[in-house]
Design a protein around this ligand. Structure first.
Ligand code: FES
Length: 156
């Protein structure tokens, strides 16, 4: 298993009962806001697709852009970063750094030929379980439309 736990994704391309494509998405969620928001969605029994595998991080600013590239190279169909709203980061500036860093990464992904829909960001607070459910539905739909990730197959 890789450090990010994405090895299993290489062989884990799920197909829905109707034969449609079900994307594997890695979600990096900051502990203080988005993770709590996702938890609230779960405890409130909100319905949303189960495609996002969550990795809890202390802050969105902790996510190294190489984590995203590693996930995509190891077969994830998409990556979602979610953190506190701008101005609400528990470490003051972490999400400012994340926002700037990942705006550049999104352009870079497009430049190297990776569909930018495969990498998405959102800001979800601990009180926004409904927003988390909405974000996941939208991201899953976007990545489903982008189709399966073929980067790991091309890497071989
Ligand atoms: S602590 Fe949530 S984004 Fe920094």
């Amino acid at each position: 298993m890789s450090a990010l736990g994405t090895d299993s994704m290489k062989d884990d391309k799920k197909m829905a009962a109707d034969g449609g494509f079900e994307p594997n998405i890695v979600g990096f969620l900051c502990n203080w806001c988005s993770y709590a928001g996702a938890d609230l969605a779960g405890t409130s029994r909100m319905q949303y697709p189960p495609n996002v595998k969550i990795i809890r991080v202390p802050c969105s600013g902790r996510v190294n852009p190489l984590f995203i590239l590693k996930c995509l190279m190891d077969g994830a169909d998409g990556v979602l970063i979610s953190g506190c709203h701008i101005g609400d980061c528990h470490y003051s500036e972490g999400n400012y750094y994340a926002r700037r860093r990942f705006a550049v990464l999104k352009n870079f992904l497009e430049y190297i030929g990776i569909d930018p829909r495969r990498f998405q960001m959102s800001w979800v607070s601990a009180a926004e379980g409904d927003k988390w459910a909405k974000v996941v539905k939208e991201v899953v739909e976007d990545i489903r439309n982008a189709g399966p990730n073929t980067i790991s197959a091309e890497k071989k």
